[in-house]
Design a protein. Structure first.
Lengths: 114, 113
C-alpha cells in the first residue's frame, strides 16, 4: 500500500522556469514532510522539510506548499537551473518516538534544459 | 567526518549466494536503517535499528538479516540472493527522535544473476 503518492514521474523544464512536483498522503498521523534530492550515483540528501502547522516554507529557490485538509504537499523550484536536474523524493513520517519511519514517494526525475 | 559509508559500491552475485553489505557512520547516530531503491518504487525500508542490540523489520524485510553490535556499524546480510533482490541499497542514519535530518550513504548497486 503506497501511503505517499508522487507525481509526475518525470518532468522537463526550461532553464528559468518553475518546476512543480506534487505529493499526496493518506495517513493523517503524518506530521513531518521532507523532500530529498538525489543526484545520479549519490545517496538522497535532505533538501527542505515542513511541519503541518504552516502552509508554506521557503528556502532560497525552493518552496514547499502544504494543504492539510487536502492531504497534499508540493515542491516548487523557482528559476530552475540545469544544476537542479536530479531525482526528487517526497516523504512523510509520524514524529512519535525514536522509531519514526520515513515513507517515501516514488520519485520524480527532473531535467532542466539549458 | 566521513558521514555514512557503504561498501562495496558494486556487487554481482549468482542466485543462491550470500553476502554482507557493510554500513558505517561516524556521527554517533542512534538510528540506522537500510533501504532499497527500485525504479518507480521510491525508497523502501528493509530493516532499522534504534540503537546497539536493537533491530526491527521495515516494509520489505524478507530475505535480509541485520544486526547492530556497535553504534557505528549496521551490516545487511543477504542469506540466499535472488534476482528480485537486484537493486540499489542505501544505508541511512540520524539522531533518534525529533525532526533530525536522515543522512544517506552513497549506495551499493547489487545485481543478482
Amino acid at each position: 500500500q503506497q501511503q505517499v503518492k508522487q507525481s509526475p514521474q518525470s518532468l522537463i523544464v526550461q532553464k528559468g522556469g518553475i518546476s512543480i512536483i506534487n505529493c499526496a498522503y493518506e495517513n493523517t498521523a503524518f506530521d513531518y514532510f521532507p523532500w530529498y534530492q538525489q543526484f545520479p550515483g549519490k545517496g538522497p540528501a535532505l533538501l527542505i522539510a515542513i511541519r503541518p502547522d504552516v502552509s508554506e516554507k521557503k528556502e532560497g529557490r525552493f518552496t514547499i506548499s502544504f494543504n492539510k485538509s487536502a492531504k497534499q504537499f508540493s515542491l516548487h523550484i523557482m528559476d530552475s537551473q540545469p544544476g537542479d536536474s536530479a531525482t526528487y523524493f517526497c516523504a512523510a513520517s509520524n514524529l512519535g518516538g525514536s522509531a519514526r519511519q520515513l515513507t517515501f514517494g516514488s520519485g520524480t526525475q527532473l531535467t532542466v534544459l539549458p | 567526518n566521513a558521514g555514512v559509508t557503504q561498501t562495496p559500491k558494486f556487487q554481482v552475485l549468482k542466485t543462491g549466494q550470500s553476502m554482507t553489505l557493510q554500513c558505517a557512520q561516524d556521527m554517533n547516530h542512534e538510528y540506522m536503517s537500510w533501504y532499497r531503491q527500485d525504479p518507480g518504487m521510491g525508497l523502501r525500508l528493509i530493516h532499522y535499528s534504534v540503537g546497539a542490540g536493537i533491530t526491527d523489520q521495515g516494509e520489505v524485510p524478507n530475505g535480509y538479516n541485520v544486526s547492530r553490535s556497535t553504534t557505528e556499524d549496521f551490516p545487511l546480510r543477504l542469506l540466499s540472493a535472488a534476482p528480485s533482490q537486484t537493486s540499489v541499497y542505501f544505508c541511512a542514519s540520524r539522531v533518534a527522535g525529533g525532526t533530525d535530518t536522515q543522512y544517506f550513504g552513497p549506495g551499493t548497486r547489487l545485481t543478482v544473476l
